[in-house]
Ligand binder design. Structure first.
Ligand code: NAD
Ligand code: ZN
Ligand code: ZN
Length: 339
C-alpha cells in the first residue's frame, strides 16, 4: 500500500510502498477514504515539540474510512462500518483520567500519526475501542476535519466556561478556528474572530462571526476590551506567541483564556492582572470519544460544516508549505478516491 513517510525531521515526506497492516487482538484495519491535514502534522514532521514522534513516521490523525478487517475479540464493529481514527489512538482505560471521562489526559496514551503511524496511507491500523463511528449522513470529506479540528474546538468551547449570549474571541481562523466559529455560533455565543489574513476574516464573517479584527492593523486585545468590554473567553488556535498574549489581554474579568494552538514557545502571563482580574488560563487537548460523538452530531444536524479543499496524497509537501505560509482557507483534506 501507499503511505507518506518522514524519515528525518524537517525533511520532505516520501511516498512509499509499505506493507499493509494486519489487525491483532482488539485491533481494526481501516481503508482510508480521506484524511484532513492538521497543523499538528507539520509540528510532527518538524520535531517541534519536547516529546518527539517516532521515526520513520506516517502522519495523519483525521483519517476516516471503512473497516476493512477486524482482529480477534472485536465484536462491536463490523467490516464496512464508516469510522475515523482520531489523535487519541488509544488510552490505558483504567487510570484516574480514563475512569473520569478525561481520557485525553491519560499518561499512557498513543497518538495517531505521532507515537504510532497515522492515516496518510491507504490503510491504517487502529485500536478498535478508540475508533469513532461516523453518522451515515456525513461524507468522508465532511467528516475528516471533525476528527481533530472539530472535536478540539468544540471541547475548547465546552471548557471555556461560557453560556449562550456570552462573547468568545477566537484567535486563528484556520483549520481549527473556522470550525470554532461555527461551533460557537451553534452554541449560542457571540464571536469575535481574529486573524492576520483578511480572507480568513472574510470567511469568519460568512460563517457567522459578529465582529472581526486583524492584529496586523489593530491591537486586538485592547480593541476587544474597548469594543465589548472584553470577551467572556478567548480560544487561541493561532501558531503564534503574540496571539497568545493578545488572547489573554482580550479576556474580561473572571473570564477564561483557553490555550489550544501549540507553537513551541512559552506564554508570558502577567501575575498581577491574572490574580486581580480572576482570569482562568486553561489548556485544552483534543476531546474524548464522547466529545467526538457530540462533535459529529452537530455536523449531522446541519449546524456545522467544514470548509474543505480536496487534494492528493502525493501533493503533501506542497500542502505543508501552503499551511506554513498561512495560505490555506478552511481545511485541506486528502481524498484517497483521487489517487
Ligand atoms: P492552521 O494553520 O490551519 O491555522 C492557524 C491560523 O492562525 C491561520 O489562519 C493563521 O493565519 C492564524 N494566525 C497566525 N498568526 C496569527 C496571529 N498572530 N493572530 C491571529 N491569527 C494568527 O492550523 P490548525 O490546523 O488550525 O492548527 C492550529 C494550532 O493548533 C497548531 O499549533 C496545532 O498543532 C494546534 N492543535 C492543537 C490541538 C489541541 O488539541 N490543543 C489540536 C489540533 C491542533
Ligand atoms: Zn490535529
Ligand atoms: Zn488512562
Amino acid at each position: 500500500m501507499k503511505a507518506a513517510v518522514v524519515h528525518e525531521f524537517k525533511k520532505q515526506l516520501q511516498i512509499e510502498d509499505v506493507p499493509k497492516p494486519t489487525p491483532g487482538l482488539g485491533q481494526a484495519v481501516v481503508r482510508i477514504e480521506a484524511c484532513g491535514v492538521c497543523h499538528t502534522d507539520l509540528h510532527a514532521v518538524h520535531g517541534d515539540w519536547p516529546v518527539k514522534p517516532k521515526l520513520p513516521l506516517t502522519p495523519g490523525h483525521e483519517g476516516v474510512g471503512v473497516i476493512e478487517e477486524l482482529g480477534e475479540g472485536v465484536t462491536h464493529l463490523k467490516v464496512g462500518d464508516p469510522v475515523g481514527i482520531p489523535w487519541l489512538y488509544s488510552a490505558c482505560g483504567h487510570c484516574e483520567y480514563c475512569l473520569s471521562g478525561r481520557e485525553t489526559l491519560c499518561p499512557d496514551q498513543h497518538n495517531a500519526g505521532y507515537s504510532v503511524d497515522g492515516s496518510y496511507a491507504d490503510y491504517c491500523l487502529a485500536d478498535a475501542n478508540y475508533v469513532v463511528k461516523i453518522p451515515d449522513i456525513l461524507s468522508f470529506i465532511e467528516a475528516a476535519p471533525l476528527f481533530c479540528a472539530g472535536v478540539t474546538t468544540y471541547k475548547a468551547l465546552k471548557v471555556s466556561d461560557t453560556k449562550p449570549g456570552d462573547w468568545v474571541a477566537i484567535f486563528g481562523i484556520g483549520g481549527l478556528g473556522h470550525l470554532a466559529v461555527q461551533y460557537a455560533k451553534a452554541m449560542g455565543l457571540k464571536v469575535v474572530a481574529v486573524d492576520t489574513f483578511e480572507d480568513k476574516l472574510e470567511l469568519a464573517r460568512k460563517l457567522g462571526a459578529d465582529l472581526t479584527v486583524n492584529p496586523k492593523e489593530t491591537d486586538a486585545g485592547k480593541w476587544i476590551q474597548e469594543k465589548i468590554g472584553g470577551a467572556h473567553a478567548s480560544i487561541c488556535t493561532a501558531v503564534s506567541k503574540a496571539a497568545f498574549g493578545q488572547a489573554y489581554q482580550a479576556v474580561r474579568r473572571g473570564g477564561s483564556c483557553v490555550a489550544v494552538g501549540l507553537p513551541p514557545e512559552t506564554m508570558e502571563v502577567p501575575i498581577f492582572d491574572t490574580v486581580l482580574n480572576g482570569v482562568k488560563i486553561v489548556g485544552s487537548i483534543v476531546g474524548s470519544r464522547k466529545d467526538l460523538q457530540e462533535t459529529l452530531q452537530f455536523a449531522a444536524d446541519g449546524k456545522v460544516k467544514a470548509i474543505t479543499q480536496t487534494r492528493r496524497l502525493d501533493e503533501i509537501n506542497d500542502i505543508f508549505a501552503e499551511l506554513e505560509s498561512g495560505e490555506v482557507n478552511g481545511r485541506i483534506v486528502l481524498d484517497f478516491s483521487k489517487q
